[in-house]
Structure formats: structure tokens, C-alpha cells
Design a protein around this ligand. Structure first.
Ligand SMILES: Nc1ncnc2c1ncn2[C@@H]1O[C@H](COP(=O)(O)OP(=O)(O)OP(=O)(O)O)[C@@H](O)[C@H]1O
Length: 283
């Protein structure tokens, strides 16, 4: 229930709206002028757990379902989204309505990597400059009408991801990606708590790199252990969205700028299930 939004019943943020779920009368912060229905952040406590891989495959799955989708690569110093989308050769250009996002087969994308002169150029910026760049991506990119904007956060819980969360006015919630080993789970707990501290809904946890099917003996090998993501979700009282196995194809397709979600593999099957769960939550 909100004090200034009389359209709760038709609001597209019902699934994750904290005020609606608490039943308390609070001020609705959904921007009525926004042309983006769901801003979703993808976060992780630790680097290299598959956050960007989840972001691009989620975007692709939603696009294949007929939604209008964009990706904002909020990782200013390690921007990998263009590589994973196969659009490293593109650049952001200034249009009449602002910065025009690059097009990756129907997915709109904005990333620092689309501004740099070479993929090997480092961004050696201090915090305020990185924040200015993120602010510009949020405020000046002409996203147009979108059903989903997926925001790939830098890893960790430092002031950078924190500021990104504060800069984006109308967030539907956060998906936390973790791997099953204890060091990753430890950092993921911090990421969940960061999101909760920001009064933002945790949409759910995805466990990535959970077990490898040996192509020779066909037995599952739990290289990084397994089940930790689900246990953590239970302990922290947040949804568990699913467990994606290690699959060499996920890596090789990513390196080639392609997505795995449309494939015929166990990882793709599980990912499609995760996307269905997500759509039900956000409905
Ligand atoms: N399930 C998987 N099976 C095999 N390889 C994977 C899987 N998930 C991700 N990878 C690979 O792991 C590497 C790291 O993934 P990715 O870049 O998505 O992680 P990240 O969390 O976004 O990293 P960063 O912290 O740098 O932003 C990539 O090479 C990717 O292809």
C-alpha cells in the first residue's frame, strides 16, 4: 500500500515492492515517468563467479521471450559485457536523445568498454570519476522503452556497488550470484546484507559453477563443493533460484561472444528454469 501511487493493483513492481509486501503505508518511489519497467541488479560478493555470464544470458533469454531488454555494464574498471555479447568492435555514439546504446542482436548495451579506444586500455580512475561515468550511463543513455534493464554490478560491497544502487532510482531488486565454496558464500552473505541494508528486495540467489559432469565416467564431480548456495539462501531467508553446473561450453561460448541459454545442455535447461522463476516473481 502506498500513499502516492493509486495504481498498486496494476503496478508492474508488485512482486518485489517492499511497501506492498509489508502492508505499511510508505511513499512509493516508482518513477511514473520511467520507461523501464524492471531495473534488476546482478551482484556478487566475490569476483569471477559468473555475474556477467548470468547477466547476458538472462538478457538473451528475456529477449527470446519477446521482452525489450537492455544491459548496463556498471563495472567501469573491468567491463566484460561487450566481449560476452560479441560487440567489442562497437562504440557508443551521441544521438539526439542522448547516448545511443549499442545493439547486440536486439539487446541494448552500454559499457565503458564501448568508450575505450582499445580493449587493453586500463581505466585507472579513482572513485569519483568512476561514479561520474556510471551516473552518465544511468542518466544520459537513451534506453527508450524497456521491459528489463539488467545492471551488472562490480563485485564486492565497497562504495562502488553501493553507490550504483543509490544512483538508480527505481530498482526492482537484486540477484546475487555465488559459487558453492565457503569463501565465495562468505562474501555473498555480505552482498545479501548490503542489498537488505539498502532496503532493496533480494530477488534470489543463483549458485554458479556447481559441479561438473565428467565426460568420461559421467559422474558428477563437485569441484567447488555443492549445495552451499541453497543452504545460504535458506539461512538468510531469501529465495534460491537455481544451481548452474560448470560447463566448458558456457566458457567457450562466452569467449566467442555467444550465449549458452538457447542450447541443449543441462546448464541451458537449468538457466531457462531460473528465468521462468524470475518472470513469475516479477510478474
Ligand atoms: N557455469 C559455468 N561453467 C563454465 N564456465 C563458466 C561458468 N560460468 C561462468 N564461467 C566462466 O567463468 C569466467 C568468469 O565469468 P564472468 O566474467 O561472468 O564472472 P564475473 O563474476 O562477472 O567476473 P567479474 O568479477 O570480473 O565481473 C568466464 O570465463 C565465464 O565464461
Amino acid at each position: 500500500m502506498t500513499e502516492n501511487n493509486e495504481n498498486c493493483e496494476t503496478c508492474t513492481h508488485q512482486g518485489t515492492c517492499p511497501s506492498r509486501n509489508s502492508g505499511e503505508a510508505v511513499t512509493c518511489e516508482v518513477d511514473p515517468g520511467s520507461k523501464i519497467k524492471h531495473n534488476i541488479i546482478i551482484a556478487s560478493g566475490k569476483g569471477g563467479v559468473g555475474k556477467s555470464t548470468v547477466s547476458v544470458n538472462l538478457a538473451r533469454a528475456l529477449l527470446l521471450d519477446g521482452f525489450k531488454v537492455g544491459i548496463l555494464d556498471a563495472d567501469i574498471t573491468g567491463p566484460n559485457i561487450p566481449k560476452l555479447l560479441g560487440i567489442e568492435d562497437r562504440s557508443l555514439v551521441l544521438g539526439e536523445e542522448g547516448i545511443r546504446p549499442a545493439d547486440a542482436g536486439g539487446i541494448k548495451a552500454a559499457s565503458m568498454a564501448l568508450v575505450l579506444s582499445s580493449p587493453d586500455s586500463p581505466v585507472v580512475w579513482r572513485g569519483p570519476m568512476k561514479m561520474a561515468a556510471i551516473k552518465q550511463f544511468i542518466q544520459d543513455v537513451d534506453w527508450g522503452e524497456l521491459d528489463f534493464l539488467i545492471i551488472d554490478l562490480p563485485p564486492g560491497t565497497s562504495d562502488e556497488p553501493l553507490s550504483v544502487v543509490q544512483l538508480i532510482p527505481d530498482l526492482a531488486g537484486a540477484i546475487i550470484v555465488t559459487t558453492p565454496q565457503e569463501v565465495s558464500l562468505l562474501d555473498s552473505r555480505k552482498a545479501v546484507n548490503m542489498v537488505k541494508t539498502m532496503k532493496l528486495p533480494v530477488i534470489g540467489i543463483i549458485e554458479n559453477m556447481a559441479g561438473l559432469m565428467c565426460p568420461h565416467c559421467h559422474q558428477r564431480i563437485d569441484i567447488f563443493q555443492s549445495g552451499g548456495g541453497e543452504r545460504m539462501a535458506e539461512e538468510m531467508n531469501v529465495r534460491f533460484l537455481g544451481s548452474i553446473p560448470i560447463d566448458p561450453q558456457v566458457c567457450s561460448l562466452g569467449d566467442a561472444g555467444q550465449t549458452f541459454v538457447e542450447g541443449d545442455t543441462p546448464a541451458a535447461d537449468i538457466f531457462r528454469l531460473i528465468v521462468e522463476r524470475l518472470k513469475n516473481i516479477l510478474r
